[in-house]
Design a protein around this ligand. Structure first.
Ligand code: PMP
Length: 407
């Protein structure tokens, strides 16, 4: 009898199972619209040209070595990453009340933030503090906060399925009724999975309620640059909240906008009331990192730091990001046009109204099953599709398949 004989089989992570099923599908027409990774028009992963260039710079630099980084990470990475979130001339940065923790991807940044909040937020044991995540959200939000010891994770209203847009009244209502000091996870831009963000005016309404009701703002910024093609535009909400005086966290991922998925590059930006508070927060962050991964890896952080801190490379990166965002916009426009030309029942304006990597098609689980089984087009059960999985070669097949599924 094995010591592991009682271990139950865990259910696979949906999005990775989908990729495996896709791999095993022999249909030459198969399309993977599941996993959230950028693909070129040839359906291939893309190493950003600027990343290739910086990789060569790193190899040629004989002053670099593989010594441990500091527990909190590479200082020039942490500061430049916070700067692109908060803005070059952010008063909070100038006031020395912004700090950061280099983390393993955006997931690591959420994890560090969650672990810290459970231990230290508002001076309490926070296992009972409610954490609100949008309905729907990236499924890992629930698990990361639960795993950090939060016992009360609740959905807040976000998506109005009928109008295929934001349920602002529901969202504001849930903010109004949340217990004081509750934690709210907000998607900074390009909401996953709905592709629907509040407008500036709507964000202002959200901020007003959050401030009045003393709710904690935890931004998740996994797609900066991907939504509009412009870093500053995509950081609008984060920067607005800083101007409103919030103490807050922002988990940044460089997986998508640098195409560094497997290098695990993330940053937790902390905006504190003043430098003294910041210093104590960072000292506790150091303790949590020490027992989690001890010190972060260097390659991805170096790539990002060199790029962000070198004006020509920074400009080149912004171009690279824009070209990814533009391809997504092109695919959105053509999918919508093709569905309209086919006179597929329903309205398809949401495909171009939604932004970022994903589109929430409105296909129901039965239709999704049909797409997978009958057409070898792989998408999440929620109806979410990764727009980057579409190419000029497969888009006709996808549009025809959606048509066939819906009629
Ligand atoms: N937050 C959201 C909303 C995401 O979509 C993702 C990636 N799918 C992450 C965080 C995590 O990013 P990373 O892969 O860098 O951990």
């Amino acid at each position: 009898m094995s010591l592991f004989g009682e271990v139950p089989q865990a259910t696979p992570v949906a999005v990775f199972k989908l990729s495996n099923d896709f791999k095993e599908d022999a249909n030459p027409k198969k399309v993977n619209l599941g996993v959230g990774a950028y693909r070129t028009d040839e359906g291939q992963p893309w190493v950003l040209p600027v990343v290739k260039k910086v990789e060569k710079i790193i190899v040629a630099d004989n002053s670099l070595n593989h010594e441990y980084l500091a527990i909190l990470g590479l200082p020039e990475f942490r500061s430049s990453a916070s700067k692109i979130a908060l803005g070059e001339d952010s008063p909070a940065i100038q006031e020395n009340r912004v700090g950061a923790v280099q983390c393993l991807g955006g997931t690591g940044a959420l994890k560090m933030g969650a672990e810290f909040l459970r231990r230290w937020y508002n001076g309490n044991d926070n296992t009972k503090t409610p954490v609100y995540v949008s309905a729907p959200t990236w499924e890992n939000h629930n698990a990361v906060f639960a795993n950090a010891g939060f016992e009360d994770i609740r959905p807040y209203k976000y998506w109005d399925a009928e109008k295929r847009g934001l349920d602002l009244d529901g969202f504001l209502g849930d903010l109004e009724s949340a217990p004081k000091h509750s934690i709210f996870v907000l998607h900074a831009c390009a909401h996953n999975p709905t592709g629907t963000d509040p407008t500036h005016v709507e964000w202002m309404q959200v901020a007003e309620v959050m401030k009045r009701r003393k709710l904690f703002v935890f931004f998740d910024s996994a797609y900066q640059g991907f939504a509009s093609g412009c870093l500053d535009k995509d950081a609008w909400a984060v920067r607005y909240f800083v101007t409103q005086g919030f103490e807050m966290f922002c988990a940044q991922s460089f997986s998508k906008n640098f195409g560094l998925y497997n290098e695990r590059v993330g940053n937790l930006t902390i905006v504190a009331r003043d430098s003294d508070n910041l210093k104590r927060v960072l000292s506790q962050m150091e303790k949590i990192v020490r027992v989690t991964w001890s010190n972060p890896p260097s390659q991805g952080a170096r790539l990002v730091a060199i790029t962000l801190n070198t004006p020509e490379l920074f400009a080149e990166w912004k171009d690279n990001v824009k070209s990814m965002a533009d391809r997504v916009l092109l695919m959105r426009a053509s999918l919508q046009a093709k569905l309209q030309a086919l006179e597929t029942p329903g309205t398809w304006d949401h495909i171009t109204q939604q932004i970022g990597m994903f589109s929430f098609t409105g296909l129901n689980p039965k239709q999704v099953e049909y797409m997978i089984k009958e057409r070898s087009i792989y998408l999440m059960a929620s109806g979410r599709i990764n727009m980057c999985g579409l190419t000029t070669k497969n888009i006709d097949y996808v549009a025809e398949s959606i048509h066939e599924t819906v009629v």
